[in-house]
Design a protein around this ligand. Sequence first.
Ligand code: IMP
Length: 188
Amino acid sequence: MRTPTDLHADIGEVLLEEGQIQARIRELGAQISTDYAGRRLTLVSVLKGSLPFMADLMRAISLPLRIDLMEVSSYGGATTESSGLVRILKDLSSSIEGEEVLICEDIIDTGLTLNYLIRYLGGKKPASLRICTLLDKPARRLVEIPVDYTGFTIPDQFVVGYGLDYDELYRNLRFVGVLRPEVYTTPE
Ligand code: IMP
């Protein structure tokens, strides 16, 4: 695995600044708090990329809520292409039967991961199942996904930061940026 010496040097362009992300999450949290008023919510985050988003979104929601975590893998390591194969690496820890479930995703690209998750979680009989994604990249969609809450719609570029990785790195950047193509096209 290539280890960059300077994470920021590998970023070609900052797409979303930290302040923009936080402001949008406050808006999403307020909207969700209004929409689910009087109900108890369960946020299901899809690790690892959605971790910062879920952590910030849950604190922007003023309702009683539970959280649960799933981990799935769709991309095989150092690649920017979806394999289309979804594997569950970690399942829910509690039943969601009868619960109002909101899936928190980092990014929807082809839609294959969420398409699988919607069917998987829907089979567990929640009272409702909705989707909140921080980023939506509609240009590459292969399956239609009913998205209820979207943070930002972005162009067809491979982005990292704020949870999103390339080869497991860059997740700790506070902003979302476009990775320089040389980073994933240059042989080691
Ligand atoms: P999909 O199944 O193609 O919609 O891909 C969903 C998953 O692919 C996301 O949860 C991410 O983990 C990953 N992914 C898609 N696009 C990007 C990107 O631009 N940067 C980093 N990860 C991405």
